[in-house]
Design a protein. Structure first.
Length: 245
């Protein structure tokens, strides 16, 4: 296996009184697509928000190595914008786009930490190549896009910070099967261009189809993990997440 990019080590997280992550550990290797699956309320979004610095763990560490020869740093207690600057970009649940702003404006918001205008322009052009529909609709308001296009916009915006690690929270939510298939193909293509992906999904079929490895989260704990094809054959996973087939 390639070197670890992210090592979440025994983190414990509370939201108010609720003990939402009860000692979770997981690894993401450089270049992988890793999926985190689990039922509603299992703690998947809390996990991603903790990695991105939006929630603080009570204990445990999150070690991140932004490239192969760099030293690992513990990002579990540093501010969210510094985590973005280190190369981790979070595409949130519900997309979080600004529906009154244009598609282009939404994309440029993703580059807010970057200064070099030339680089930003190049990256914008690269994203227009990945998502030609966003290029076509650059001047329309984001609110006028379809659900699938809005998800593409959210992914495109997350890519504007030039992440090494892209974190996605339920990208398939509310989208039809053909759109989802297309979205996952695009994610695979982004991954092939060198972006490591950690993704949360309730759509376990798609997640296990596209990810290299997966973790199952239940009530704030990892109960199973392994290569996706092995999990897809596991009877407990099939019963709980693949419709018992
Ligand atoms: N803002 C919040 N304040 C308090 N508890 C929350 C908040 N958001 C989520 N929770 C609780 O945290 C637990 C995990 O939620 P979440 O991480 O959103 O799960 P998932 O993404 O797997 O559906 C749930 O019990 C949920 O009720
Ligand atoms: Mg969630």
């Amino acid at each position: 296996m390639e070197s670890n990019m992210l090592k979440v080590d025994d983190i414990h997280v509370y939201r108010g009184e609720t003990y939402v992550l009860q000692g979770v550990s997981l690894n993401v290797g450089q270049g992988e697509i890793v999926a985190l699956i689990g039922a509603n309320g299992a703690g998947k979004s809390s996990m991603l928000r903790t990695i991105s610095g939006l929630l603080r763990p009570k204990s445990g560490g999150i070690l991140y190595r932004h490239h192969q020869h760099a030293e690992e740093i513990d990002i579990s207690r540093i501010p969210a914008e510094q985590i973005v600057a280190l190369g981790i970009s979070h595409c949130p649940e519900g997309r979080g786009i600004f529906s009154q702003l244009s598609v282009k404006e939404n994309l440029l918001i993703g580059a807010y930490l970057r200064k070099d205008k030339n680089e930003i322009r190049q990256n914008y052009q690269r994203i227009c190549k990945i998502f030609p529909i966003l290029d076509e609709r650059a001047n329309q308001t984001a609110g006028s896009l379809s659900g699938g296009e809005q998800e593409m916009l959210a992914v495109g915006r997350a890519l504007m910070s030039r992440p090494k690690l892209l974190i996605l929270d339920e990208p398939s939510l509310g989208l039809g099967p053909i759109i989802v298939e297309n979205l996952f193909k695009v994610l695979q293509n982004i991954n092939a261009q060198g972006v490591t992906i950690l993704l949360v999904e309730q759509n376990a079929v798609m997640a296990l189809d596209y990810a290299n490895r997966a973790y199952v989260l239940e009530n704030g704990r990892v109960t199973l993990s392994g290569p996706s094809n092995e999990l897809a054959r596991d009877q407990k996973v099939r019963d709980a997440y693949l419709g018992g087939v």
